[in-house]
Design a protein around this ligand. Structure first.
Ligand code: SIN
Ligand code: FE2
Length: 210
């Protein structure tokens, strides 16, 4: 179980092909209920290159006017987010080492040219829970460093079925996606998502458990 940087664990191939296919179906159902939306940066309104949706009691959203936040409804449909699929809840139980369930699952869809700049996940109240990240579809070049922006970073290729856990000293590690490797996975060919690309799922605990 390679440690990428302090507190950041890479679990290559944790989900086998059958589990990836089942999870892709679950996410397809989530997207049917809660369509992908276009996130925009706070203040500038610049559109991000990923498309997003969420499942769980809370979802992470961002727009020009109100910036980064969690909310309990979809920003376009106004509906509550669909529940987190059972197989993601049990993945959390397997790897999170945290007593309470996740509250948010952010779904990021990366088309061929999408990327994500180096950032911290820090819009949660609770940092003692890890962030659990699942990769599906095309491989990507993932970069992760330490808790300061200038910290040394390491790069690793994440493949479909890989899981990354950012916990403990790694909970606030800077991380991002430098590029997608289009056409490196066949996972979505038969899924009905019918587009190349990559999906990343991040499970987070947002509030302190009472
Ligand atoms: C994220 O940081 O929200 C996504 C990371 C990834 O796509 O692997
Ligand atoms: Fe992140």
């Amino acid at each position: 179980m390679p440690i990428l940087t302090e507190g950041v664990r890479h679990l290559p191939g944790l989900l086998d092909r059958a589990a990836q296919e089942a999870l892709a179906e679950d996410i397809r159902a989530v997207v049917r209920d809660a369509p992908l939306f276009v996130p925009a940066m706070p203040r500038t309104g610049k559109e991000m290159s990923v498309r997003m949706t969420n499942c769980g009691p809370l979802g992470w959203v961002t727009d020009k006017e109100r910036g980064y936040r969690y909310q309990d409804t979809h920003p376009v449909t106004g509906k509550p987010w669909p529940p987190i699929p059972a197989r993601l809840m049990s993945l959390w139980d397997d790897v999170a080492d945290y007593a309470a369930p996740p509250e948010a699952c952010l779904v990021n869809f990366y088309a061929e040219t999408a990327r994500m700049g180096l950032h911290q996940d820090r819009d949660e109240e609770e940092f003692s829970a890890p962030v659990v990240s699942v990769s599906l579809g095309d491989a990507c070049l993932f970069r992760v460093g330490g808790p300061k922006r200038g910290d040394r970073t390491v790069s690793v290729k994440l493949q479909s079925g890989d899981v990354v856990v950012l916990g403990g000293a790694g909970r606030l590690a800077f991380h991002g996606v430098d590029r997608i490797y289009p056409g490196t996975s066949t996972l979505f060919n038969s899924s009905g998502l019918n587009a190349p690309g990559r999906i990343n799922l991040t499970l987070r605990r947002v509030t302190m458990p009472v």
